[in-house]
Design a protein around this ligand. Structure first.
Ligand SMILES: [Zn+2]
Length: 445
């Protein structure tokens, strides 16, 4: 479908004819072949999503680069700060470490939510780039140092030695290899992972993005979607070549973003303590000749976002915050069942981690020696993907903030892994969070 509109000054970069959507067999639909799961990047073909003049007809994917930042790109273009046909210059942007190709890179079932060749598009697809087609990386690999106050403290307390190669100094600078990944979804594979029909997945994505991506409906031949959501970052301690070595011990923390705790140190949950514990154990593993990996997913509050999360907090604090009501409160507001539900009732919520193991396959991880997590959802999603977990390590009790006992005890009761005491239904009624009494006394004069 196309429509014609008068141009005005703000839209003068664009043609008069707006292509609202495309259909197979149209002249604007002449995609460069994209064969997900092909063994070589050349046979697989580049993921092409841009709509610039040279690229529009050759697109083979729906969505936009940059995940949620695609909207800011549009704002920059609309305000005249960025040319709509701007082409990045990728000189010297190549990865700082060449992750070895893994069998999973050409397995259309093992990697369905990222482009396994997304870090090396300049190497693989330079002919396309040279002919003016807008191909872009969806993965970037760099190196840096990080400094986290709990790690600096661990160094000062001699829990972590300064070794000069991983831990650099008493200020707590730690060398790290980082991999940023933007989501690239192979829709048939995503649908299969969730146990739904591809057409049902496409329809739901179309409807619940306000109809933003009509090609989800009109172009069933286009199988790849770059969704407007956050990605993930891998932090690797020690030499990155160790990550995929099956002879080398691996300590792993998979962490879902919790901005309030991770950055601002709210004490209502165990997120930052567990994250820093994960970083500490990953560093120690690397210092001992093993490999330590922390993977940080940008999906806040079990992918519900902070607004929903704060509404849940309010309903907990106003309703007498006890652990036995923890899951019910989330379900009332989010509508989704939480981990307390037994399979098969809880299976829907379990799928929340269904795409997470892709990055493990990409890194070539075939087993996890020490998993720094108590989550049964993460555990089951990984094991279901054929990656065994040899040991699960709960957060040490002394690192659990008092006000977060409501959440962690409710989770333990629901089946979260613990080496400590099991918790009964009666125990949960006794676990109370801090109230708001002292806040409600505050009045504005
Ligand atoms: Zn949290």
């Amino acid at each position: 479908m196309t429509t014609t509109q008068q141009t005005n000054s703000s839209a003068e970069h664009y043609s008069n004819r707006i292509v609202l959507t495309t259909y197979p067999s149209q002249s604007v639909a002449n995609p460069i072949p994209l064969t997900w799961g092909a063994s070589s990047p050349t046979t697989r073909g580049p993921v092409i999503v841009g709509r610039t003049k040279n690229t529009l007809s050759k697109r083979n994917a729906i969505g936009a680069h940059g995940g949620s930042y695609s909207i800011y790109t549009a704002l920059a273009i609309a305000s005249g700060d960025l040319e709509p046909d701007f082409k990045p210059n990728f000189l010297n942007t190549q990865p700082t470490f060449n992750f070895p190709s893994q069998p999973a890179w050409s397995d259309p079932k093992k990697i369905v939510s990222m482009d396994p060749f997304g870090h090396d598009i300049v190497k693989h697809y330079s002919t396309y780039l040279d002919s003016g087609i807008d191909v872009r990386p969806t993965i970037a690999v760099t190196r840096a140092t990080m400094r986290v106050s709990e790690i600096t403290e661990a160094i000062s307390l001699n829990r972590i030695p300064i070794d000069g190669s991983i831990v650099l100094n008493s200020s707590g600078d730690v060398k790290v290899t980082k991999v940023a990944v933007e989501p690239v979804w192979y829709l048939p594979g995503v649908a299969e992972r969730f146990g739904v029909e591809e057409k049902d997945l496409r329809r739901a994505l179309f409807e619940h993005t306000g109809g933003s991506y009509p090609e989800l409906i009109t172009r069933p031949d286009m199988k790849v979607f770059l969704p407007p959501i956050g990605g993930l970052t891998v932090y690797i301690f020690g030499p990155p070549e160790r990550v995929s070595d099956p002879e080398i011990k691996l300590a792993l923390r998979i962490h879902d973003e919790c901005n309030g705790s991770d950055v601002f140190q709210s004490d209502i949950c165990t997120c930052r303590p567990y994250l820093t514990f994960g970083i500490e154990e990953a560093i120690k593993e690397a210092q001992g000749g093993g490999s330590g990996v922390v993977i940080y997913f940008r999906k806040e509050g079990r992918a519900l976002g902070e607004v929903v999360k704060y509404l849940v907090y309010n309903s907990r604090k106003r309703g007498g915050d006890t652990a036995d009501k923890y899951f019910q409160r989330t379900e009332n507001i989010a509508g989704t069942k939480d981990v307390s539900m037994p399979i098969p009732l809880g299976v829907g919520w379990m799928r929340f981690q269904a795409l997470m193991p892709d990055i493990l396959h990409w890194l070539g991880i075939t087993k996890i020696d020490r998993m720094l997590s108590m989550s049964n959802m993460k555990h089951d999603a990984i094991v279901e993907q054929g990656i065994p977990i040899y040991e699960r390590i709960p957060i040490p009790d002394h690192m659990i903030p008092e006000d977060s006992r409501v959440e962690i005890d409710a989770k333990i009761h629901s089946g979260y892994f613990t080496t400590g005491r099991q918790i009964t239904e009666d125990d949960l009624k006794e676990v109370k969070g801090r109230g708001w009494e002292s806040w409600e006394d505050v009045t504005v004069s």
